[in-house]
Design a protein around this ligand. Structure first.
Ligand SMILES: Cc1ncc(COP(=O)(O)O)c(C=O)c1O
Length: 304
């Protein structure tokens, strides 16, 4: 079993209550377990530094608001994270690369008290491999149109809820067909997001000497029922400073096939190049694709 440190947020323990992850720690009547009713965040700690913590805590608050859940304040989460990382370092010795997950559920049925915890564990080896070698992706229909989020707020699109069974099923569907990942499309033909990542698309132009004269980075419209990515947000801020033109969709599958590069980006896997979509190769110029990936990866590394 992967080594996991668990720290529950508990008013009786200001720095969090440490629990043994190999022992039972949740009630079988917790609504997070029985209904997937809750929210979570997954963030990365690199060399002891917690990346983009304010953005993750803000998004946790916004997911909780959409769910009508009251969550502990930022300070309580921060103290529990500090405790979890100290425990992790004591057990493992280093904090070079650690995944930290924040979870809030609606709590044990009938109590109206959310259950909240922080888990710290090492990243899966696939994250690094995919970041370095890229991924093959299938386009899969999510079945909603791109305007549904506002019309049907009960679908909780744009919240990072615990109900990820559909996202995991889409990944299994892709794996069974030899692909690594998925890009969801809407029923009206717009590009949405990956099951655990944001889609980024680049177009570039070079002059006769090979200098980049135009760099344009586009992500799907944030109001199309997708989760606003903290990685995309951070990267866009850095790319703007570095002279990239930025855009927020709408994107259609042809925009992916015509792009110079497509990536999936998320907090743990980071910037991951997409090699093929539905079997078609992406980005006709592999040198240009490599240059763009290198530049954006360096920007993201600096800002996150
Ligand atoms: C559906 C979805 N979209 C996008 C992302 C990327 O978000 P972030 O960059 O904040 O990790 C995630 C992360 O897990 C996700 O689950």
């Amino acid at each position: 079993m992967t080594h996991t440190v668990l720290v529950f947020l508990d008013p009786a323990y200001p720095d969090g209550r440490v629990e043994d992850a190999s022992k039972p720690t949740l009630y079988a009547t917790d609504l997070g377990v029985t209904r997937g009713d809750g929210a979570f965040e997954t963030l990365l700690v690199l060399d002891g530094h917690v990346r983009k913590l304010p953005a993750h805590l803000n998004r946790l608050n916004s997911s909780a608001r959409m769910l009508g859940l009251e969550v502990p304040d930022h300070e309580a989460w921060e103290r529990a994270i500090v405790t979890a990382l100290a425990e992790y370092q004591r057990d493992i010795g280093v904090l070079d690369e650690v995944v930290v997950r924040l979870v809030v559920t609606r709590g044990i049925e009938g109590t109206h008290t959310p259950t909240c915890w922080v888990a710290a564990f090492p990243p899966a080896p696939t994250a690094k491999r995919q970041r370095e070698h890229g991924v093959d992706v299938l386009l899969l229909d999510r079945g909603y149109d791109s305007t549904i989020a506002e019309r049907a707020p009960w679908l909780l699109l744009g919240a990072k809820t615990l109900s990820y069974a559909v996202n995991m099923a889409a990944l299994r569907y892709a794996h069974e067909r030899g692909a690594d990942d998925v890009i969801f499309t809407s029923s009206d033909g717009k590009v949405l997001e990956g099951p655990t990542s944001t889609v980024l698309v680049a177009h570039a132009e070079t002059d006769d000497d090979g200098h980049l004269t135009l760099k344009r980075l586009v992500t799907p419209q944030l109001d199309s029922g997708i989760l606003p990515g903290t990685s995309q947000g951070a990267l866009f801020a850095a790319a703007k400073e570095a002279g990239w033109e930025l855009g927020y969709g709408p994107l259609e599958p042809d925009d992916l096939f015509d792009a110079d590069a497509v990536w999936l980006i998320s907090s743990v896997r980071l910037l991951t190049p997409v090699n093929h979509i539905d079997g078609k190769s992406i980005g006709s110029d592999s040198t240009l694709r490599g240059r763009l990936t290198e530049e954006l990866a360096a920007l993201f590394d600096r800002i996150a």
